[in-house]
Design a protein around this ligand. Structure first.
Ligand SMILES: CC(C)(COP(=O)(O)OP(=O)(O)OC[C@H]1O[C@@H](n2cnc3c(N)ncnc32)[C@H](O)[C@@H]1OP(=O)(O)O)[C@@H](O)C(=O)NCCC(=O)NCCS
Length: 229
């Protein structure tokens, strides 16, 4: 009988550096993840950091229209996107074994474009300890070193000083501004997004050694050619 990792190779991926570890989100992680979101993501008084206020949905376990059901579909949908021309890695971030946040990595037409997009968040209690910087360094290193990306793009909404600081520490440079739609409490508003991009020439690696397991199987599963690395 095959193992779960042989059936779904992204589950075999493990990227770690010091106390921080990234692995693809599993159903077993959901109780911790739900509790993490419930304990708060956004610092009081700071602007909504996401394009939708998914983290502020009413707490309604067992109901179809409140949290966590409102986020379950999204987490499961990410796992189902693994076609070579569109894939998504929803990586659970653990620090000293405790689930502290999520780091996403996704790409469209990767074979041709060799560019990934990242997004991330940490539970409020786990912010400001350097974890946000390390998890983004690990995601970028995975993309550039293991998957053969030539660039990683991201963006932060105007006023998100923590995300701006992390981006610049990891070596991202400004890549233009965009007007985007943000949905908060059911209302759509236009907000400014700063786009950023990091390439091998500007990437700032973590100061501690990085360990990657399962990259070969992941490359095979996503049809990422070894010759392009
Ligand atoms: C953005 C986020 C992932 C950053 O992670 P973090 O672990 O808090 O950040 P770090 O501790 O690695 O801090 C990195 C740098 O940002 C700076 N920083 C952190 N919060 C800051 C703030 N509110 N204002 C200004 N700088 C800030 C830190 O001082 C640090 O720089 P330094 O090392 O030179 O002092 C985290 O704050 C978060 O999840 N926020 C809510 C969700 C979010 O904004 N997600 C990103 C959407 S684009």
């Amino acid at each position: 009988m095959l193992t779960l990792e042989e059936i779904f190779p992204p589950y075999a991926l493990r990227v770690s550096c010091g106390p921080v570890e990234l692995r693809v989100l599993r159903d077993d992680d959901l109780p911790e993840l739900v509790e993490l979101v419930r304990s708060g993501v956004q610092a009081p008084g700071s602007p909504v950091p996401f394009l939708r206020d998914w983290h502020e949905e009413p707490w309604a376990p067992g109901a179809p229209d409140g949290f966590p059901a409102t986020s379950l579909g999204w987490w499961w949908q990410q796992r189902s996107m693994f076609a070579p021309d569109q894939w998504w890695l929803a990586l659970a971030v653990r620090r000293d074994g405790v689930l502290v946040g999520m780091q996403d990595l996704h790409a469209e037409h990767f074979a041709q474009v060799r560019t990934v997009e990242t997004g991330s968040w940490l539970g409020l209690a786990h912010q400001g300890r350097g974890t946000g910087t390390v998890m983004r360094q690990l995601a970028v290193g995975l993309a550039l070193d293991e998957l053969g990306a030539v660039a990683c793009e991201s963006g932060y909404l105007e006023g998100n000083r923590a995300s701006a600081a992390v981006s610049h520490k990891v070596g991202y440079v400004d890549n233009g501004r965009a007007r985007v739609v943000q949905r908060v409490r059911g209302h759509a508003v236009g907000v400014a997004e700063q786009r950023v991009v990091v390439t091998p020439a500007t990437y700032v690696r973590p100061s501690e050694p990085v360990v990657v397991e399962g990259a070969d199987a992941l490359r095979r599963f996503l049809s990422i050619g070894i010759e392009a690395r």
